[in-house]
Design a protein. Structure first.
Lengths: 165, 178
């Protein structure tokens, strides 16, 4: 009973994030659920990770220039000394012909991004527990230039607020 | 009656033509006025050339214009109209940035960051799009580009399905190819 109560209250305490709901499940796929300890670690890095994915991650050219479907989530594991390993990508739809592109472009693009992220966030990452797996759902939306013009006729691209570390 | 139909068809055709012309530009209306500020008007020739350049210019601004870090770090949004001239030999020159708010602080930001960064973008555009502009031989064509930026929290880019979904501007070349 005590354990049940603790579990109940721990759920109440867990805060929803941009990618995870209050039950610590990935919003994009609720089959994936983090433990509280891992979730606490993830919360430390989520905002900076999303910021970097928007400003530094280089969308693979095959996808960028052809607007192919690119929806799924990255899976990666912490080394415990400020790094990551075992990067994979789980596509939203499993299309066999895309497997090669995933191996050749999608995963290397994320690995390249991670190496930059690791270099810039050493202190933050060194506090993460070792051998824990994280999930990052990612996609992108192609918009026409006209969609970036506001109602007053100004061309107004969006700039991201710098997250507080 | 037949005449009336013909006249109606004529007006319909005229309207359609005007609408088609107007659709060519995202930033200018059918009177060649800047939608953001109708005080800025292009000549017919300027408008014709601008229509070729507009989509590429907008893509270039998204990819190359460096939003001043001082504005990003202090959450200072900006809005105004860049006025620039083409010299007929593949080079653009910034004349001025027209902005509504012009206090001392804004003037300093404009002269130190907003304008130099735009000049860099103009130079990069002239190099990367030389194939597009080298056909323009007329000297002194003046163009206006309304531009601004606002700030968004990264969490706002996560869609309703829980995916991080940044916006990527479509390349005008791909649009033309389709």
């Amino acid at each position: 009973m005590l354990a049940l109560s603790m579990g109940f209250f721990s759920h109440l305490n867990a805060q929803e994030t941009a990618l995870y709901n209050a039950k610590m499940q990935l919003k994009a796929d609720t089959n994936i659920q983090l433990t509280e300890a891992i979730f606490e670690d993830w919360k430390k890095i989520e905002t900076t990770m999303l910021f970097g994915m928007t400003t530094q991650f280089v969308i693979p050219p095959t996808y960028r220039y052809n607007y192919l479907a690119f929806r799924g989530y990255y899976v990666f594991t912490t080394t415990g000394n400020g790094g990551f390993y075992d990067v994979s990508f789980k596509p939203f739809r499993v299309v066999r012909s895309e497997q090669k592109l995933i191996q050749k472009e999608i995963i290397p693009a994320f690995e390249a991004y991670l190496s930059t992220y690791v270099a810039e966030n050493k202190e933050l990452l060194s506090s993460l527990k070792a051998n824990t797996t994280y999930y990052l759902p990612y996609s992108f939306k192609a918009v026409k230039p006209i969609e970036i013009v506001d109602q007053h006729g100004y061309f107004v691209p969006v700039v991201l607020e710098i997250p507080k570390k | 009656m037949l005449n009336q139909i013909r006249i109606s068809s004529f007006y319909a055709l005229m309207f359609f033509s005007c609408a088609t012309i107007a659709q060519k530009s995202t930033l200018y209306n059918s009177k060649r006025q800047l939608k953001a500020d109708t005080n800025f008007t292009l000549s017919e020739l300027e408008m014709k050339e601008w229509e070729y350049l507009e989509a590429s210019f907008m893509e270039m601004m998204v990819k190359n214009y460096e939003i001043p870090l001082i504005c990003v770090e202090n959450n200072v949004p900006f809005k105004g109209v860049f006025e620039f001239t083409y010299n007929g030999l593949g080079k653009f020159t910034l004349n001025q940035f027209h902005s509504l708010k012009l206090g001392d602080r804004e003037q300093l930001l404009i002269s130190s960051f907003i304008n130099p960064n735009f000049e860099e973008t103009l130079a990069a555009f002239a190099v990367n799009h030389s194939w597009l502009i080298e056909r323009i031989k007329t000297k002194g064509l003046k163009f206006y580009l309304p531009f601004g930026f606002y700030f968004l929290n990264v969490e706002e880019l996560v869609d309703s399905n829980g995916y991080l979904m940044p916006r990527v501007i479509q390349s005008p070349l791909i649009e033309q190819r389709r």
